[in-house]
Design a protein around this ligand. Sequence first.
Ligand code: APR
Length: 229
Amino acid sequence: MKKIVVLSGAGMSAESGISTFRDSNGLWRNYRMEEVASPIAWQNDMDLVLEFYNIRRKQLFEVEPNDGHKAIVELEEHYDVNIVTQNVDDLHERAGSKNILHLHGEMKKVRSTIDESLVYELDHWELKKGDLCEKGSQLRPHIVWFGEAVPAISEAVNIVSQADILIIIGTSLAVYPAASLIDYAQTNIPIYYIDLNANDFSFKSNVKCIAERAGQAIPKLVEELIKSK
Ligand code: APR
């Protein structure tokens, strides 16, 4: 089976109602990332950081996967699909996708602040000060904050380097190392970049830009790829 790698960003989940970061109504218009998504922020104002993720985690219990997520599940019946996502929501999982690598963590998980191997699933939305791990330390969001290493990046590079087809969806390609993954694709494989701003970018000739909504463009691309397999 041919290998397809999907690199998804916030635009993948936008049509499910989850805010992106850098669009006009994005999260970074309302919060300064260094105040809510960094180790310094956690030290300076744990309550604000907890609130920032609690508000977003609460929303996760209210949204559903969209047509784009569902179309990728259909693609998985015809290709060996790996998803590498920058998203911390669980919409790919809830749509039914299997091979998912979260580069920037997962919102429904929390972890110990003295032993990062202690990771727990949250079945509710609120993480509070005083919620402790089994070793007695405060639990924190299981998110890669700005300034922290991206533990999954080498696995992601390995996955992308084996792709026969690469589909990049709904990301501004503004954050590294995630944005560099495109450079690890084999030369001249077909690459599709689905993003409302796709035409603002110039890529090599093997990259096809599709400046459409993910929920509209992905089903069309999936139909095309299934026909041509
Ligand atoms: N369909 C397709 N593309 C969309 C849609 C949509 N419905 N809505 C928005 N987009 C596109 C925007 O044009 C933009 O290029 O999604 C992209 C969202 O970009 P960002 O908000 O920067 O999100 P992302 O690229 O995922 O951010 C990467 O930055 O803040 C950190 O850790 C955070 O994982 C995040 C990383």
